[in-house]
Each structure stands twice: as C-alpha cells, then as structure tokens.
Design a protein around this ligand. Structure first.
Ligand code: FAD
Length: 467
C-alpha cells in the first residue's frame, strides 16, 4: 500500500499549489523540498524579492523626483540599502511562512531533502543529515523548476558577476552596471539599480528588447527606458569578462560579426534566461524522457513517459511564469482526481514590473501576421486618458487586436503605469471569447486608467470618444 496518493517534488508556485489543490480534493499528499525554505524560485529569489526591491526603489525615485511637482516638499531622500534589503527579506519571510501555513492547514507532509525518482510510485529523499528514505506514492509530480542560464566564458561569482540571485542582494549600488540580456528579469533588476543610482547599459544579442512581446510595445518601451537613462547595445553579444582589474572589462562584439570593443563595469548581471532544473532527479535511470531543450516531456495531461509520473511549471515547456506553473499545478491535481483539469495557454498574461509597466495577454501583431490572421487594431494613448492626465503619468498606450471578421479579441498589450493590474479584464474577456464590441460596451468607472482599455476597444471600430 502506498503511503501517499501524491508526492510533489519541489515547492515553488507549481509544486505547492498542486499539493494544496490535491489535498482539497481528498488526496493524501507530501511535498519534497531540497531548499531550507519553501516557495521555490518565485518566493525566495524571483518574483517576490524583485517586486519588493522594485517597489522600494520606485518610492525612492518618486520621493526624489515626483513629489515636488505635486507640492509635496521633502528633503532629498537618502538611501539606506541594508534597510531596503531588510524590507525585501521581510516580504520573502512573510510569503514563505504563508506557504508553511498552507501545508499545515491542508495536512500536507513536508519532507526535507533532495528527491530522486526510483520509478513508478517510489521517491528517494536524501536529507541534509546524510540520511535517505524511500517514500511510496501512487503518483509523483515533478515541479523542480528552473535555474539560471549560464553564458559561456563568463563565470558567475554572485559578487561582481551576478545572476538575478546576486543582483537581488548587492551590498552597494554599482556605479556602472552592465546587463547581459534585455528580457524581463534584466530590465526589472536594471530598473531597481538605475533608480538607486547606477549607470545601466544593457547588451542584447537580438536587435530589440523584450523578445516575444509585441514589437511596437517593445520599441516604445525602449524609448521610455532610454529617456530614463538606460543605454542599450542591441545586436551585440558579450564574449567574455576580464575580472583581473579593479573594474570589470566586458568584451562585446556585434552579433553579425565585426570589430569587438570593451565596456567597463563594476557589476555584470547575466540575465540571458533560465533553463529547466532536473539535476539529481534520476530521470534518465527512471526512464523519464526529456525534450531537445532539456525540459521534461509531457502529454496534454502533464503525464511523462513513465506511468504515474507527471510534470509542471518551469521544468516543462511554455512560458516560465509563476502563474502558469500554478495553473498547471491545479490542472494536474484535478486530472489525478478524475476531473477535467485544463490550462488555456492562449490566455496567460505577462507583466514587466518596471515604471511604466508593460503587460500583455494573447497574440502579438507579429504572431498574427505570421499565422496569416486578418486583424484590426485599436489603440489609445494615456495622454488622452483623464486620470493619467491629472496624475501626470501619461506615458504609454493600450493596444487591442481583434479578428477582422469576428471582432473576437486576440491580444491586448499595454505600456503604462498599473498595466500589470489592468490586463486582467482583457484576460477575463478573452477566456469568455469576448469581442472588442463587448469590451467597448462594458461600462468602466471614471476616472480610471482602465478607461483607456475601453477606448482602445472602441478604437477597433474607429469610434474612440476621447481621441
Ligand atoms: P520553482 O519556483 O523554481 O521551484 C522549484 C523548487 O523545486 C525549488 O524550491 C527547488 O529547490 C526544488 N527542487 C528542485 N529539485 C529538487 C529535488 N530534486 N528535490 C527537492 N526539491 C527540488 N514569474 C512571474 O510569473 N512573475 C514574476 O514577477 C517573476 N519574476 C521573476 C524574477 C526573477 C528574478 C526570477 C529568477 C524569476 C521570476 N519569475 C517570475 C519566474 C518564476 O519565479 C518561475 O516561473 C516560477 O518560480 C516557477 O515555478 P516552479 O514551481 O515551476 O519552480
């Protein structure tokens, strides 16, 4: 007799949410975690600490630059970095405790140690004390997440050459920060340190920032960041970093080949992406197949090539996002309970938590063009939105993409303050297969920034009111 109905390996947003949902559905569940704290990348070195520092550094920036024009006169703010890091840690601790509470509340056993799959129904856990135990279970869910992608020839020491983990814990503001990679993580952490005083240069291999997001959005966002003081070197690659001097010397060369040059920096942040983490899981021996990018291969029901073994989150294909991992956790738990668990991959919002924020759900213009879909575009700038005008936060716009024949909304893209909160009305609409007309006819409270979404939807039919 198996001890458990389900053992989940990993307690990131995918793993712990899966465990909670399975327990709600009456299963006897255990989670296995190798780290000292629960919550995975997201809570410990990802979403949560980055958002805490983004919030604190934004307040610092606002106090220094925006208060005076509103008639709030304060002396120049002084940075107390240890306290700011303490604020970040309190946020992490609070969230980690929250997950511990959820495990207790749902009677989920927490087994400390590194999990290894021995085959169907068997997980070996090696604890930090050197002891191992074998846990028997009907089903196993792999939720082991991801790790930082490394750059050949550039060794991360987490002091001067850092990954996102080191960049969340610098003990002083670098005068010059060089970021390799213009993706979400690089731009968010670049914003934190830029607001605190660093000169930031971002080197990106592609000829654009935010790969995968709508091209027009990325272009406008790049201009906004440049106005803030960011420098971009697009179409360039970092080939090495010389650490022998007092300052670092990064060699960069054009992606298309050509004359190399050197950029000086105090800290180099490598933010070129993340890779699935399956180390020590025993997948090969157990017969769990991986795809050509090292991700655990699953079918439409999250099942791997081994009976009773499932996988979710960053370790499988799809966007590496906490909410995608969570929804997959819920879906697989429901499937194991005999229900019809499902994730709609067409409606997964993405947010860049900078100032202004960038958010998106659904297809980009590039994707629609490539798929040969005929679409209409409705756009509305925040310069024409009353609330944004009174607050003097008019950067950015909303763009609604709708099917030209059916008017069904296929994608919504926003650059602007609070874009990350605003995107969800579009997500709900798209879940219900709604049209631009539906969005345009939905009464929106005035004055709100969300009225810009309604206006962009009206603009699809060329009848925006305030433009
Ligand atoms: P993880 O959170 O990576 O958790 C995996 C867990 O498994 C870890 O705790 C690990 O210790 C454990 N584990 C691994 N192997 C074993 C083993 N053999 N035995 C036992 N335990 C094991 N996403 C967002 O949606 N929004 C954001 O704002 C956001 N910001 C981010 C900022 C940064 C700096 C980073 C790095 C990431 C960010 N992400 C964000 C991405 C997000 O963190 C991940 O998508 C999410 O954590 C994936 O969840 P997961 O459950 O798949 O894996």
């Amino acid at each position: 007799m198996a001890t458990y109905d389900l053992v989940v390996i990993g307690t990131g947003p995918g793993g712990y949410v899966c465990a909670v949902r399975a327990a709600q559905l009456g299963m006897k569940v255990a989670v296995v975690e190798k780290n000292a704290t629960l919550g995975g990348t997201c809570l410990n070195v990802g979403c949560m600490p980055s958002k805490a520092l983004l919030h604190a550094s934004e307040m610092f920036e606002e106090a220094g630059h925006s208060f005076a024009k509103m008639g709030v006169s304060v002396s120049a703010p002084k940075l107390d970095l240890p306290s700011m890091m303490n604020f970040k840690q309190q946020g992490i601790d609070g969230n980690v405790k929250g997950v511990e509470f959820l495990m207790k509340k749902n009677k989920i056993d927490v087994i400390s140690g590194k999990g290894k799959i021995l085959g169907t129904g068997k997980v070996e856990v090696s604890g930090g004390d050197g002891k191992t135990q074998t846990v028997e279970t009907k089903n196993i869910v792999i939720a082991t997440g991801s790790d930082v992608a490394r750059l050949k020839g550039v060794e991360i020491d987490e002091k001067r050459i850092v990954s996102s983990t080191g960049a969340l814990a610098l003990d002083k503001v670098p005068s010059k920060l060089l970021i390799v990679g213009a993706g979400v993580i690089g731009l968010e952490l670049g914003s934190v340190w830029h607001r605190l005083g660093a000169q930031v240069t971002v080197v990106e291999f592609l000829d654009r920032i935010l790969p995968g997001m709508d091209g027009e959005v990325a272009k406008q966002f790049q201009r906004i960041l440049e106005k803030q003081g960011f420098a971009f070197r697009l179409g360039a690659r970092v080939t090495g970093v010389d650490t022998s001097g007092k300052t670092l010397s990064a060699q960069i060369e054009p992606a298309a080949g050509g004359k190399p040059e050197t950029l000086e920096a105090d800290v180099v942040l490598v933010a070129i992406g993340r890779v699935p983490y399956t180390e020590g899981l025993g997948l090969k021996e157990a017969g769990v197949a991986l795809d050509n990018r090292g991700r655990v291969q699953i079918d439409a029901h999250f099942a791997t090539s081994v009976k009773g073994v499932y996988a979710i989150g960053d370790v499988v294909a799809g966007p590496m996002l906490a909410h995608k991992a969570e929804d997959e956790g819920v879906a697989v738990a429901e499937i194991l309970a005999g229900q019809a668990g499902h994730v709609n991959y067409d409606v997964i919002p993405g947010v860049v938590y900078t100032t202004p924020e960038v958010s998106a759900v659904g297809k980009t213009e590039e994707e629609l063009k490539q798929a040969g879909v005929v679409y209409t575009v409705g756009k509305f700038p925040f310069t024409a939105n009353g609330r944004s005008k009174v607050n003097q936060t008019t950067e950015g716009f909303v763009k609604v993409l709708a099917d030209a024949k059916t008017d069904r909304v296929l994608g919504v893209h926003i650059v602007g303050r609070e874009a990350g909160e605003m995107i969800h009305e579009a997500a709900v609409l798209m879940e219900f297969g709604g049209s631009a007309e539906d969005l345009a006819r939905t009464c929106h409270a005035h004055p709100t920034r969300s009225e810009a979404i309604k206006e962009a939807a009206l603009a699809v039919g060329k009848r925006a009111i305030h433009m």
